[in-house]
Design a protein around this ligand. Sequence first.
Ligand SMILES: [Zn+2]
Length: 211
Amino acid sequence: MKAVAINNKRVPHQEQHATQSHENLGMEELVRQMLARVGEDPSREGLLDTPQRVAKSMEYLTSGYQLQPADVVNDALFTVDYDEMVIVKDIEMFSMCEHHMLPFFGKVHVAYIPKGKVIGLSKLPRLVEVFARRLQVQERMTTQIAEAIQEIIQPQGVGVVIEARHLCMMMRGVEKQHSSAVTSAMLGSFRQPSTRNEFLSLVRKKQSSSF
Ligand SMILES: [Zn+2]
């Protein structure tokens, strides 16, 4: 039998509990009940800390509810004399579908055409996280990201494309392991076919060369 030494530096169980919020303890109890409902024994060794871990990870995975787009942007807006397309591709995204509370994950591609202001590029992935770390449907998240960028930067237009694979489709239901869903939201000048097509072809270009 292999020994896995990952627990030796841990704070004793009770102490950890003492520092936890009331809501977390409620969540832990729910997880304990769920374990029992699916036919498990929540008191067996491997599951003892599971409710605590699940509560913590749930808190993290839904931390977007506590955030507004403005919280992550701060003052990272810069005045520029640049009116070509700014595009950030392949932003990694992990979220959970609101129908099954199962993960969906993939890539977000964001583009905008400035109107006097640009945003620090590192802020775009953080903006994505504000909306991804909630229970979501992919279509709504796509629109929310586009609208947040529109509101914050007030550019000439915004385009957002999300390609994602949904575990609720892959692990259950239709069990289509290789299908991915693509959604897009185009605002302002991105509604013009030429701009929209330029964005979509830039998104596709990268994919064919890197996969
Ligand atoms: Zn689902």
